[in-house]
Design a protein around this ligand. Sequence first.
Ligand SMILES: CC(C)(COP(=O)(O)OP(=O)(O)OC[C@H]1O[C@@H](n2cnc3c(N)ncnc32)[C@H](O)[C@@H]1OP(=O)(O)O)[C@@H](O)C(=O)NCCC(=O)NCCS
Length: 202
Amino acid sequence: MITIRNETPEDYKALLRLTYDAFLTLDYPGRRRMDEHYLLHLLRSSPSVIRELTFVAERDGEVVGHILYTHSAISRPDGGETATLTFGPLSVLPQYQRSGIGAALVRHSMDRARELGHGAVLITGVTDYYPKLGFRRAREFGLTLEDGTAPDAFMAYELTDGYLGADGGVARFLAPEYELAETDDAGYAAFHERFRAEFGVE
Ligand SMILES: CC(C)(COP(=O)(O)OP(=O)(O)OC[C@H]1O[C@@H](n2cnc3c(N)ncnc32)[C@H](O)[C@@H]1OP(=O)(O)O)[C@@H](O)C(=O)NCCC(=O)NCCS
């Protein structure tokens, strides 16, 4: 039986390991390195994270899945701005993948986000997965990334029908940690060295 609850500070160590193990199963063209556990570390006490929207899935007391949200926004052609949410990393332990836990975490957290008054979720993620949960290609809403592209991996979900409107715009992922995790080579190396020693992994 799976239960979903908010994350607590005591979950940190289990979530670091969970994130590392989950993302070992992900590969895509151009993947530079596996740094999602470093991202989780950077986000640990960051004001970027919306604490009411961090959730863990438990199975018989074991943490088996995790999702967290940060703020994002759309810069509109008329100079206006629309507030949105972004989630990630989203992780499910390899041995429990494809048993509905990821979908349960996404649905549960998006229901809560809607209750809290949020209007839409923008993500870049696994292209074949999120459409199963109702996400659409962001370009269908006229949205692009900051570099002007709108790849399949860039997807959107309206928590409130019509929230994204028809004006389009440029998505901005406001948490600096997403880019930092990918670019801060020295920080990553130092962190991963400590992580390897603590968890005994490669
Ligand atoms: C991607 C991930 C979060 C999905 O969670 P999950 O619990 O394994 O997936 P679910 O059981 O909720 O899957 C729901 C549906 O999506 C499908 N699905 C699951 N993973 C998929 C994938 N990587 N690609 C395409 N479809 C996928 C399932 O088969 C299922 O389809 P169905 O409803 O037709 O049976 C999880 O596999 C994971 O942690 N992967 C490694 C890390 C990762 O890639 N995170 C997301 C980065 S954006």
